[in-house]
Write a protein that binds this ligand. Structure first.
Ligand code: 5RP
Length: 272
């Protein structure tokens, strides 16, 4: 049995592999979608307990997690409060008859589950492919445990390997031009204004802002520094760099199996 299965076995105290493969197959999904579903369901099964306040991420992978949460609420009568990270997440919560909450009534969350566009060896992530980075980061920062769910393609050694569309940066609309110029002159590369598909003009976020997608000129390992450099520019609201936030990532494979990974800094702290 390979190492990650031992990891999963340790984490759950039971053999998860057979269970996950069976469920993925019975869903009729194949390929990447089967991987997303397997990762999402395993994370929900291993981390969600009754009484919790749960942050609900955005994107396509989180849909599988919410479906599994709803199944468990029904079959196990779990009592949960769900805090959304976007308009999409809010609708998902409501459509699945889960209890919608907010950071106003639930400022401390037990767990937050979310997808990612790419995850590096330290579990640093690029997020914001769907433009929800700011609320996602706020919700993740309020959670005791931030869990990433993704398909195997997102698991790379270095950010920028798989996700080549750039680091999303949410900006106040009136400042987008000076921010573009400053990012390019101070950090190099190019920060493009994200344009909408079925609307004329730029993408407008759930917060009424614009998104710049910054493609870095070279690869770096010091994403923490880069993140700080971008964040101090006036008009920048948030970046899609999630540094040292995730405690565990679930990656799903095409055959419905999963692997999990915790960041080295957490393992060495002997924290979990
Ligand atoms: C949205 C996000 C998503 O979590 C990220 O884009 C991953 O999405 P998907 O699960 O569809 O791959 O950050 O802003």
């Amino acid at each position: 049995m390979c190492r990650h299965w031992n990891q999963v076995r340790r984490l759950t105290g039971r053999v998860v592999r057979g269970l996950i493969v069976t469920r993925a197959m019975s869903s009729g999904l194949t390929g990447v979608e089967a991987g997303k579903r397997a990762a999402a369901r395993a994370a929900v099964d291993n981390h969600i307990k009754t009484g919790q306040a749960v942050g609900i991420g955005s994107g396509s992978t989180i849909v599988f997690a919410v479906e599994r949460i709803a199944e468990r609420v029904k079959s196990e009568n779990l009592q949960l409060r769900c805090v959304p990270t976007s308009f999409q997440a809010k609708q998902l919560i409501q459509d699945n008859n889960l209890t919608l909450s907010s950071l106003e009534t639930c400022p401390k969350l037990d767990v937050a589950i979310d997808g990612a566009d790419e995850v590096d060896s330290q579990l640093n992530c690029i997020k914001g492919g769907g433009g929800c980075l700011t609320q996602e980061k706020i919700v993740a920062s309020c959670a005791e445990e931030f869990i990433i769910i993704a398909d195997y393609r997102k698991d790379t050694g270095a950010l920028g390997t798989y996700w080549t569309k750039g680091i999303p940066i949410e900006v106040i609309p009136m400042a987008y031009k000076p921010i573009q110029i400053r990012v390019a002159s101070e950090l190099g590369g190019k920060a493009d204004l994200r344009m909408a598909n079925r609307k004329a003009g730029p993408v407008v976020t759930d917060n009424g802002n614009f998104i710049l997608d910054w493609v870095a000129p070279t690869k770096t390992e010091n994403w923490e520094f880069v993140n700080q450099q971008i964040k101090i520019i006036p008009g920048v609201l948030e970046t899609g760099l999630f540094i040292k936030m995730a405690r565990i990532a679930y990656f799903g494979n095409e055959d419905g199996s999963i692997s999990t990974r915790s960041p080295p800094w957490l393992q060495s702290a002997g924290d979990r």
